[in-house]
Design a protein around this ligand. Structure first.
Ligand SMILES: NC(=O)C1=CN([C@@H]2O[C@H](COP(=O)(O)OP(=O)(O)OC[C@H]3O[C@@H](n4cnc5c(N)ncnc54)[C@H](OP(=O)(O)O)[C@@H]3O)[C@@H](O)[C@H]2O)C=CC1
Ligand SMILES: CC(=O)N[C@@H](CCC(=O)OP(=O)(O)O)C(=O)O
Length: 347
């Protein structure tokens, strides 16, 4: 059994980790932290886990994290980088769902997260947690910085078009128009996610700059092997879970005859968690709710030079905790879909 610790078990990604790991055949959660709820049985706070999770919350100081095989950080940015070294030195693998180990340049991290990076040596070692791009590196890693929720959807949607320096689309004019459910903002109290604020409403936010922009461009540039520029505009939608990304790419004249549908189908044929829908489909967020699958559909209006890629994912699963369990499976030699063989919930 893989002994698992979770720092931040009361938040949305924490409780999603608990749900997914409760169905994992080879993992057992032995330590879960909460500063506010220490002492309370997890299943008392979350009745959905009654009979499935047998631990109580501990304070981060009291939790026996160094006795775990792996510790997930489902915490705000800055928490994992303060504790990762001690865990790694004790032989514990670390998977951070926050952004502490995503951006490779510490100056860029400081610019977007308004804090200095406290362990740049570990940042250099950390592997970016996007299995469709980095599977082999993840298998060998002891520290993984999970891809962000929006960056997962955008990178999956552009991967077949960019990887290996492919010259199929213009890489200076990419646009990702993305919508997220309110659980993306976490469980902390914020006026913007109150029902009376976010319900029956729709708005863009962070148009002048969102912290996922540098992460997306870093990831796409690494995939392409050359700089890629993209305009990213996130929107808040009145749903609980789900991200829908609409990506616009200009097809280069010399690539006009490309069969993009076949390209995507071939690229993702062996991927357990990426589903390419028939050409012209309109994927719905509810078709992935609660599951680790991302669904992708392609459109080329009028057979012109604009390629539109639609991507849906559950922000809490493929965008966070599900992908983190997928990464744990790779790090521990488990079947990649262990604990993740889930049919989406509908309606
Ligand atoms: N929500 C989403 O869709 C996604 C979130 N993420 C990232 O995952 C991380 C967690 O997100 P989410 O679950 O939404 O956040 P929440 O706000 O819902 O939960 C945060 C958790 O962290 C704990 N916590 C807060 N501060 C500290 C601290 N200083 N030390 C230890 N524990 C702390 C809280 O518990 P307590 O206060 O009881 O200790 C709580 O359990 C964030 O970095 C987020 O950016 C990534 C992808 C998607
Ligand atoms: C709807 C909403 O507020 N979404 C969050 C992003 C989700 C998230 O938690 O960001 P990470 O993936 O970087 O951890 C936001 O825009 O700040």
């Amino acid at each position: 059994m893989i002994k698992v610790g979770i720092v931040g078990g009361t938040g949305y990604t924490g409780v999603e980790l608990l749900r997914l790991l409760a169905g994992h055949p080879a993992a057992h959660v032995t330590a879960v932290t909460s500063r506010k709820e220490a002492g309370m049985p997890v299943a008392e706070m979350f009745p959905s886990l009654r009979g499935r999770v047998d631990v109580a919350f501990s304070t981060p100081e009291e939790a026996k994290l160094t006795e775990c095989d792996v510790v997930f950080f489902a915490t705000p940015h800055g928490v994992a980088m303060a504790q990762a070294r001690e865990l790694l030195e004790a032989g514990v693998k670390v998977i951070d769902l926050a952004a502490d180990f995503r951006l490779k340049d510490p100056a860029v991290f400081q610019q977007w997260y308004a804090m200095e990076h406290s362990c740049t040596d570990l940042l250099a070692e950390a592997v970016y947690g996007l299995p469709e791009v980095n599977r082999e590196a993840i298998k060998a890693a002891r520290l993984v910085g999970m891809a962000g929720c929006y960056p997962t959807s955008v990178q999956l949607g552009l991967l077949p078009l960019l990887e290996g320096g492919k010259q199929l689309i213009d890489v200076e004019t990419l646009i990702a128009d993305c919508k997220s459910g309110v659980s993306g903002a976490g469980r902390k109290a914020e006026v913007g996610t109150l029902l009376a604020e976010a319900g029956d409403n729709f708005k863009a936010y962070a148009v002048k700059g969102h912290r996922h922009s540098p992460e997306i461009m870093q990831g796409l540039s690494a995939i392409h092997g050359a700089p890629v520029k993209l305009t990213f505009v996130p929107h808040l939608t009145p749903m609980i879970r789900g991200i829908h990304s609409t990506i616009y790419a200009r097809i280069r004249p010399e690539a006009s005859a490309t069969d993009f549908q076949a390209l995507f189908e071939q690229r993702f044929a062996a991927e357990p968690f990426v589903d390419v829908l028939p050409a012209g489909s309109h994927p719905e967020t509810r078709s992935v709710r609660g599951s680790n699958t991302a669904r992708i559909a392609l459109h080329r209006p009028g057979n012109g030079d604009l390629l539109i890629v639609l991507v849906v994912e559950d922000n809490l699963v493929k965008g966070a905790s599900g992908q983190a369990v997928q990464v744990m499976n790779l790090m521990f030699g488990q079947p990649e879909n262990a604990g993740l063989d889930i049919v989406p919930l509908l309606p």
